[in-house]
Ligand binder design. Structure first.
Ligand code: PAF
Length: 283
């Protein structure tokens, strides 16, 4: 695996691969990699000749400085893991390289309709930060395909919309959420959980499955289902932000006529803000 930390170097490598007619898949990450990330790299290998991964803790998408500073940085372990799944090229730019004029003076990409609901409500500016850095990466890497985990389902749809709205020539693929045996969605933020909290954390997934089951049984009172799920989360020791049943295609409010749904939740368990979602396709 080749590691590059300059925009010039990555562009040169991409040019070389292009001359050799190699197709390129890109997996952007913020590091602190786990099996979920590695599954994205494995999927990338199936879809393209070369796989590029970026590791960049993007300051623009953090609402609190403390959260940014505390974000786990595990470079050596990340490099080892990426080598084990045959990543071809790892791009690790610095903040100075990505935002040479400072993060406060930057052209920002906004994806209206997707950035201000669900997670966007409690994290204003977060999705602008994601859309901006991902646009920059797409321009730098010039890949054919990009892969994002479905755990961040709102982020995945936001990026699909961004690519469509701005005519960016890249195919965006989602990849299923990678779960621990308990059902807990893998996330870098899980390491903020204590051992006791970790044992309890899969309740979030269980509650989503329960909502899905009730929808499949014909219970269409979305508000009641959401409210009951919030109460169950509270009883289990979570501080829920939302449990929402939305239209899968655009995360707009669902009606009884919609049969492709997504059940999404965000909740704090101790210090960790956990998010999860599942598909619910009704017959
Ligand atoms: O999902 C993430 O890890 C980040 O939001 C991303 C897409 C790498 C942008 O910084």
């Amino acid at each position: 695996m080749q590691i590059v930390d300059s925009i010039t170097a990555i562009k040169a490598k991409i040019k070389e691969w292009r001359q050799q007619q190699q197709s390129i898949a890109f997996v952007p990450t913020m590091g602190n990699l786990h099996q979920g990330h590695l599954s994205l790299v494995e999927k990338a290998h199936k879809l393209a000749d070369k796989v590029v991964v970026s590791i960049f803790v993007n300051p623009l998408q953090f609402d609190e400085q403390a959260d940014l500073s505390a974000y786990p940085r595990t470079m050596d372990a990340d490099i080892e893991q990426l080598s084990s799944v045959n990543c071809d090229l790892l791009f690790m730019p610095t903040v100075q390289m990505m935002y040479p004029q400072g993060t406060g003076r930057y052209s920002t990409v906004v994806v209206p309709g997707m950035d201000d609901k669900l997670c966007g409500q409690s994290r204003p500016g977060h999705f602008d930060g994601v859309a901006t850095v991902v646009s920059k990466f797409f321009n730098i890497v010039q890949a054919d395909i990009a892969i994002f985990g479905e755990k961040d389902y709102q982020q995945l749809l936001l990026i699909k919309k961004l690519v469509l709205d701005l005519n960016i020539s890249i195919e965006v693929h989602g990849s299923p959420t990678y779960r621990e045996q308990s059902g807990l969605a893998m996330s870098s933020r899980n390491q903020y959980l204590t051992d006791i909290e970790r044992d309890n954390a899969a309740v979030l997934y269980q509650i989503l499955l329960d909502v899905k089951k009730q929808l499949e049984q014909g219970q269409y009172d979305f508000a009641t289902l959401q409210q009951q799920a919030m109460e169950k989360l509270k009883l289990a020791g979570f501080k829920p932000e939302y449990v929402e049943i939305r239209r899968a295609e655009d995360l707009e409010l669902a009606t009884k006529k919609d049969n492709k749904l997504r059940v999404l939740a965000a909740a704090y368990l101790g210090e960790a803000r956990l998010i999860d979602n599942i598909a619910c396709y009704l017959a």
